[in-house]
Design a protein around this ligand. Structure first.
Ligand code: CTP
Length: 440
């Protein structure tokens, strides 16, 4: 379909869910063993099981005897749609094999084993290679090179902080396990601190990231996102309709791809992607200061923020009052510094040490405007989109413009597009020790 104002071929179908659009589910084709050891956090594992399945995985649940004190195998069987295994003496066929060796068969077919919750006791058991129940037996018997082990610890804060637990966690990491971390906050025991099991949606995000190809490993990515807010007086200001969703999706996708990611966010109400460092700013000036201080440590800069072009030149320190004359106050504006152009035209930006990517929110003539903007800002890659078609929405269509031409990415979810864009960036910076770039 041709866009009415840009003449670009863009898919502007009404919004559909990811499955309808043919976007693969995040864990499609993955078979996971979800292991539950004993802890009150078992109640979250029911939700986690559902979330993993909703994301496309098949889930085989294995529970310790202690886990059975907190949640029943029947619940987990109903949610996973598979019989739950709890005992090494269980003679039912497992993994389609009737040799009474569930500890072998269940792990052989798995793409990963996730223990959630992983209690302090179970950590200790794993760290010592003990194998006196089905779950620990299965972890020990898994092929180390083929079946990764991921752990979501859950315990009281004192148990978590105890040197023995920390020693066991370090040992398990040295043995190749991935420790997904813990949450902080109110605990079932009434105390507050580190040791809560991560929330199901956080664990899901971590599992998806775990399987993502690490095409940006070793890169340090700096992203700007959202609108800026330019004060008129202490209670009023000027902003725009940017939701920040595209920038947040890019930060998440870059993190999934193995980069260290810092996100400089204007005023938005979005949760921070897992593993991303977030710096909240308000005005374009705040955003410029944050970016200029962070850019020297970055190897990729992606400017998705809808930075206000102008700010009130002299914001009032006090609320501007109506004076009853019917006369509106007149505002004069000053132009904000162009953050992207400032960074892209720095020595690092021009030498290619810092690969800079700009966005262009246009209302018409997308290709021409995007190409002109790319040359004006001196960036190797500029991503065009139609602002009114995407601001605040979960979907977008992109036009990638570089020195060689343009590539259209049809309308899809912002996360799907962000992952495509990350792959495009990785391809462009691949194979160059310094990120070589062409700006003409
Ligand atoms: N940008 C920036 N700092 C500004 C203005 C824009 O970093 N003060 C960045 C945006 O984050 C985006 C790119 O520049 O990556 C283009 O932004 P856009 O608003 O599309 O263009 P403008 O430069 O504002 O140009 P115009 O409004 O004339 O289209």
């Amino acid at each position: 379909m041709i866009h009415p104002t840009t003449n670009q071929t863009l898919d502007t179908q009404p919004l559909q869910c990811e499955e309808d659009r043919g976007e693969p589910l995040d864990l499609a084709g993955k078979h996971l063993v979800l292991g539950l050891s004993g802890g009150i956090a078992c109640y979250k594992s029911a939700e986690l099981c559902r979330a993993l399945i909703k994301a496309g995985a098949t889930v085989q649940v294995v529970m310790t005897e202690a886990a059975g004190q907190f949640i029943t195998p029947v619940t987990m069987q109903a949610l996973s749609g598979r019989p739950v295994y709890t005992s090494q003496w269980d003679s039912r066929p497992a993994g389609g094999v009737a040799n009474s060796m569930a500890h072998i068969n269940l792990s052989r077919e798995a793409d990963a084993i996730l223990i959630a919750p992983c209690s302090a006791d179970f950590l200790a058991k794993l760290a010592h290679g003990r194998a006196d129940d089905l779950l620990s037996l299965m972890c020990l018997a898994r092929p180390l090179d083929k079946v990764p082990l991921l752990l979501a610890p859950a315990m009281n804060r004192e148990m978590y902080a105890h040197p023995a637990t920390q020693r066991n966690l370090a040992q398990l990491q040295a043995d190749g396990a991935t420790v997904l971390g813990v949450g902080t906050g109110f605990q079932a025991c009434g105390e507050t601190g580190d040791g809560r099991m991560l929330e199901p949606e956080q664990l899901l995000e971590d599992m998806i990231a775990f399987f993502a190809p690490k095409v940006l490993a070793g890169q340090r990515v700096l992203v700007t996102a959202g609108p800026t807010y330019e004060a008129i007086d202490p209670v009023r200001g000027i902003t725009n309709l940017s939701s920040g969703k595209m920038g947040f999706a890019i930060a998440r996708a870059a993190r999934e791809a193995g980069a260290e990611v810092t996100l400089v966010a204007g005023p938005v109400s979005l949760s921070t992607p897992r593993g991303v460092i977030r710096i909240d700013v308000k005005s374009a000036q705040n955003m410029l200061e944050a970016v200029v201080s962070l850019a020297p440590a970055a190897s990729v800069f992606i400017a998705t923020a809808a930075v206000a072009d102008w700010r009130p030149a002299a914001p009032s320190q006090q609320k501007i009052k109506k004076d009853g004359s019917g006369q509106a106050p007149s505002l004069t504006f000053a132009e904000n510094v162009d953050i992207l152009a400032t960074v892209a035209q720095s020595a690092a930006g021009q030498s290619g040490v810092l690969f800079c990517v700009g966005f262009a929110a246009e209302s018409h003539d997308l290709h021409e405007n995007a190409q002109a903007k790319r040359l004006r800002k001196k960036v190797p890659l500029l991503v065009g989109n139609i602002g009114p078609d995407t601001f605040g929405q979960d979907h977008n269509a992109l036009l990638l413009v570089d020195a060689h031409g343009s590539t259209a990415l049809p309308r899809a979810s912002k996360l799907f597009l962000a992952r495509r864009l990350v792959r495009e960036i990785a391809t462009r910076i691949k194979g160059t020790s310094a990120n070589a770039q062409a700006t003409t």
